[in-house]
Design a protein around this ligand. Structure first.
Ligand code: RIB
Length: 309
């Protein structure tokens, strides 16, 4: 799919996703029967790493699992997707977990228990060597902010572009992080929380993205779900989503960001990065689970061909 590429370094979370399928959310005090239950690999960092790797981008993952039975399966899932896990550390205590209530129609509600993802204060020793030769560093917000900040500083010092998926923690972004970012990618609700601005209309999304941009990051790439995405950089570009049947939206945003960053490293034109990211996300939502639903490059190419090239 893409010419020989420099590696992507993904620093972030890895979770055991504990799913239960439900008809609707319970109200306070109510007990409801659940449908199928399953444990699947996930976590925003792991999902994004797997998405890029499945699309043919070499990926080095930097993160932490705990010392429990989830850890081995998660390490194997990442490796199975083609991700280099040499920098995935094992620490004492629980692995990160996400409790996912999957509702009819594919929407979800998630509660995160951070576990090992929260048990570090800085990137690991040797992070500079892990970054060496990288085409980009990809971050999310499910690890402590000081870890992200130090990683972004190291990447920028080495001249490596930094992409931040704004998913995870809810608080404002540290002012010193924004100027280190080449691309920040929030969804509409994350953009609203980050800026304190409404994002209900196209004009409002644009204005909020411009506000983030004014904070110093180069490009804001807004994920608009079923409406595609909007990029606000030196120019403003839009990409429609592909209409598909939705089974499970968990990890679709991660799939989008991982695919976009792989295409960035691959040197594809901006509009084509956005189109491939939307195509990958459209495939992701058709399967259950986050990491297991990341499509490979052959599947994305066939999908795009079926939609007119
Ligand atoms: O973005 C989806 C992910 O969010 C899930 O895999 C879950 O682990 C949570 O981190």
């Amino acid at each position: 799919m893409l010419p020989a590429m420099r590696p992507l370094v993904v620093l972030g979370s890895v979770n055991a996703d504990l799913y239960v399928e439900i008809d609707r959310l319970p109200v306070p005090g109510e007990t409801l029967p659940g449908g199928a239950a399953a444990v699947r690999p996930g976590g925003k960092g792991a999902n994004q790493a797997a998405a890029a790797a499945r699309l043919g981008c070499p990926v080095r993952f930097v993160g932490q699992v705990g010392s429990d039975p989830f850890a081995g399966d998660l390490r194997a899932a990442l490796a199975g997707a083609g991700v280099d896990t040499q920098a995935l550390a094992t620490v004492s205590g629980p692995t990160g977990q996400a409790f996912i209530l999957l509702q009819r129609g594919g929407e979800n509600s998630i509660i995160i228990v951070g576990g090992a993802n929260r048990a570090w204060e800085a990137p690991p020793a040797g992070f500079a060597a892990i970054l060496a030769g990288a085409g980009a560093l990809l971050l999310q917000r499910e690890v402590p902010e000081p870890v992200n900040l130090a990683a972004a500083r190291a990447a920028r010092a080495a001249g490596i572009p930094v992409v931040l998926d704004a998913g995870g923690d809810d608080g404002p972004l540290p002012a010193e992080l924004l100027p280190l970012l080449t691309v920040v990618s929030p969804n509409e609700s994350e953009l609203a929380r980050l800026t304190g601005m409404p994002t209900g209309t196209h004009g409002e999304v644009l204005a909020a993205a411009r506000t983030l941009q004014a904070g110093g990051c180069g490009t804001v790439l807004v994920k608009l779900g079923a409406r595609g995405c909007l990029l606000v950089g030196r120019e403003v570009l839009a990409q429609d989503a592909f209409r598909v049947p939705v089974v499970d939206t968990t990890g679709a945003g991660d799939c989008f960001t991982g695919a976009y960053t792989a295409a960035l490293i691959g040197g594809l034109p901006e509009q084509e990065r956005m189109r491939r990211a939307c195509a990958a996300a459209a495939l992701c939502v058709q399967g259950k689970g986050a990491l297991p639903s990341m499509p490979d490059s052959t599947t994305v190419a066939a999908f795009l061909a079926s939609r007119g090239g």
